[in-house]
Design a protein around this ligand. Sequence first.
Ligand SMILES: [Ca+2]
Length: 405
Amino acid sequence: MGGIFYLMNCFTNNATTMQVSKQTLFLFIFIGFLFINCNRSSENTKLAVADSVNADALFQKYHLNKIKLPPGFTISVYAEVPNARSMTMSPSGVLYVGTRSSDKVYAVTDVNKDGRADKVFTVASGLHSPNGVAFKDGNLYIATISAILTINNIEASLASPAKPVTIYDGYPKDEHHGWKFIAFGPDGKLYVPVGAPCNICESENPVYAGITRMNADGTGMEIFASGIRNTVGFTWHPDTHAMWFTDNGRDAMGDNIPGDELNVASKPGMHFGYPYCHQGNIPDPQFGKNKSCSDYTAPVQVLGPHVAALGLRFYTGKSFPAAYHNQLFIAEHGSWNRSEPIGYRISLVKMDAGGKVQSYSTFAEGWLQKDGNVLGRPVDVLVNTDGSLLVSDDYAGVIYKIAHK
Ligand SMILES: [Ca+2]
């Protein structure tokens, strides 16, 4: 608008061009009107997917030349999904994506199965931090801060799905660590975490700082595991069927301790130490007094300090080399309060056939540049139907696809 007034001043100060200026001014306003409307309508048109025409443009736009991968791997943009957080895929291959700072849930389709996304649908909106998504028997499950909702038979119409229906709303309403990852276990139950409502604290309500589970119809909620500060990712080993999950370590103990945790819950009722013991061997300065770390289950792998380890999945696809079979990828969102930032990468945990951890190393990095510039923040990983690895990024607002040549 300032530009219009500036131009009006210019024109009205020059009487000889008055006649021309009025026409020019109308033209200027008309173009501005078109521009504003164009911008408005673009919010409602489909988000970009990486078809053969714009794949290179999207590669440039998200600086994917900066991402370092092992030899033989490539990365591309699969789809633009604003604030992309946790992911799940239905048996028909539809990718569902939750959000945390937004109110929406998205569905990404690859109808012709050519490994390229075709369309992004908004399937739900107006929800409170709908970070978690899961799929079972044709129904999409969504976790908000305090509730579980479903959209039944969602794939009958992704373009105009029914409104989500609440099946459980008994979780705490705390926003601190309140956003949720959810997934169905091999037992058919829906697993739902409840984070600690603080950095470090003891809660009277035992539902905090743990993982719960419930039946698919929302009944029978029970505590499955305890002593977990905040897990935003879990999965089950393809062979042992034990639950593997990440846990974000506490803050304000310095840059280098405690590490985030990779834990295994092989049965119900296990306690993983929080708030008494961190990373299996560091008693909490306040809550660890008169407690012993040996009373709690230690992590199977201590991850980097403050890396913010979130989603994780075992590689069960067929297009990566055999050495990756049943190995574990972890999305590390990246630190927010460490002197020297760390994370912003995909890590790889290698293990033997029995699930014993052998190594923890970086698989993909570059979203954190050496000068501190942040290009993206990985949130979740998922094995795609074509064997590629999909990676969600809530900072850049995209889903990446990592493939092997
Ligand atoms: Ca396609």
